[in-house]
Design a protein around this ligand. Structure first.
Ligand code: OAD
Length: 453
């Protein structure tokens, strides 16, 4: 147990990707999803905070330094550099000092949020995105009722009985680094359709992605988009410079050996996946009945996989290098379509300055365990609903709808987003609203007819 605690404590949060709720069971693979883990903790007789304090108390300073040094070495980062970042992050964030918010009054609706974004007082905007941002494009998220984890059939995977049992109990175990090195097939079979869909460019960037693009091109205030998504859909937004995006869990644009790390051609890897990995969705008649994992041409092990971050492995160096400076002086953090269950990506929520406004755009409230508080009215605002709807409203208040219109003619939006935008433009024209000029020019614009999403 203590090892699991150590893996999720704030130090290793920075090094290994973990669900932010610690597992309580004796067997580390006995844990299920975040809620059940929480239940488990309570059964253990205590409130999570007390437990965490106790667990951290058990680790003395020498142990902490040793862990930090190991984490730094694993990333090729100097310990001095990490200590420097830690010092900067603490700057000006003394809990006793009064908080000076960048807004005059805390916005209470999206119109107010738009006014804050456009005001001179809002200079730096950071975005954290998750799977909900791509749902409208047709890619399911992980933890919703129709998400990957709830729909994954452990029995359909090529695995031992105990591996299947572990995946049944915690579906995220299918995406676990240690399991992959033991048996690569659960990962490859779970991700087959997604790997091939990415390769075929089956999905289109959503209105939520377009919001990020316009935020950058219209205001220049975007510090960075930290995305947990590996679909690379933000790349379709050509106005977002590459360096503005940090894919914290990697991207699907290359393949590598999970063992020796040798890079491999992504198209060739995809061909192997298509011809040698069975299709657990039952959609591809041409898929084989039995899976054979592709081998690395360098070390010969059957460990080829997309170069994405798996659970219990390290995040890319670019995350550690940028997160400290990026959170500094942020005025607004926008969190889009994520359950905030996975560390360390979710740490942005508490890393931004105490004065920063935090806007959550999601179907339900999340992140209370990280300090988000939508009731006290101080600095957290909840934009409830599908992110494309909410962000379209926000973009309307910002006066950005004219910039979206060409996406309809160019068929660059997923169908549901195209319909949403088209409807909005028609409505605005009908009401003679402040987008009248846009509406005029969209008179003949029909929604796209592509059948994605
Ligand atoms: P989750 O599936 O955990 O959370 C998605 C969140 O988005 C949920 O709160 C949904 O309710 C919400 N949501 C879904 N569709 C939405 C929509 N159209 N508009 C607004 N909200 C919507 O996905 P992530 O938080 O991204 O890691 O998951 C984090 C990480 O856990 C992933 O990167 C992945 C996963 O296991 C790895 O695979 C390593």
């Amino acid at each position: 147990n203590s090892q699991i605690w150590m893996e999720v404590n704030p130090l290793t949060d920075d090094n290994q990707i973990m669900e932010s709720e610690p597992a309580a069971a004796d067997d580390e693979f006995d844990s299920v999803d975040g809620d059940e883990k929480e239940d488990g903790k309570e059964e253990d007789g205590g409130d999570g905070d007390d437990q965490e304090e106790e667990a951290l108390d058990e680790v003395d300073d020498a142990d902490l330094m040793a862990m930090l040094a190991r984490a730094a070495m694993a990333q090729g980062i100097s310990l001095d550099w990490i200590m420097e970042q830690a010092r900067h992050e603490g700057d000006g964030d003394d809990s006793e000092s009064p908080v000076e918010y960048p807004f005059e009054t805390m916005p209470t609706d999206l119109e107010g949020v738009a006014q804050f974004i456009q005001s001179d007082r809002c200079k730096r905007v950071l975005i954290l995105a998750g799977a909900g941002m791509s749902v409208a494009s047709g890619i399911p998220d992980f933890r919703s009722a129709d998400g990957l984890y709830a729909t994954l059939q452990a029995n359909s995977l090529t695995a031992t009985t105990s591996q299947r049992e572990a995946i049944r109990e915690d579906p995220s175990f299918a995406l676990d680094e240690h399991l992959f090195l033991e048996n690569p097939l659960p990962l490859l079979e779970t991700k087959r359709d997604f790997i091939l869909g990415t390769y075929e460019q089956r999905w289109k960037a959503t209105l939520a992605h377009r919001f990020v693009e316009l935020l950058h091109s219209k205001t220049g205030k975007l510090v960075r988009l930290y995305t947990q998504n590996i679909d690379g859909l933000e790349d379709q937004c050509t106005q977002i410079p590459e360096e503005k995006v940090i894919p914290v869990h990697g991207t699907m644009d290359r393949a590598e050996c999970g063992r020796c790390k040798q890079r491999s051609s992504f198209p060739q890897f995809c061909q192997k996946v298509r011809s040698d990995i069975k299709d657990i969705t039952g959609k591809d008649d041409s898929a084989p009945e039995v899976s054979v994992p592709p081998r690395c041409s360098n070390c010969g092990y059957p460990a080829l996989r997309p170069a994405i971050v798996l659970f219990r492995s390290s995040l890319p160096k670019v995350f550690f290098e940028n997160v400290g400076p990026d959170v500094k002086d942020v005025d607004l953090l926008i969190v889009i379509g994520t359950s905030l269950k996975v560390a360390p990506a979710n740490s942005l929520v508490w890393r931004v300055p105490k004065s920063a406004m935090r806007l959550l755009v999601n179907r339900e409230t999340v992140g209370e365990h990280l300090g988000l508080d939508f009731d006290d009215g101080k600095r957290d605002f909840f934009g409830a609903g599908n992110c494309d709807d909410v962000l379209l409203d926000l973009m309307e208040h910002l006066g950005w709808l004219p910039e979206l219109e060409p996406l309809l003619a160019d068929q660059k939006l997923p169908q549901s987003c195209a319909d949403l935008l088209h409807e909005r433009l028609v409505k605005l024209k009908g009401s003679g609203g402040n987008e009248a000029s846009t509406a005029d020019s969209t008179e003949d614009t029909e929604p796209t007819t592509s059948s994605d999403g």
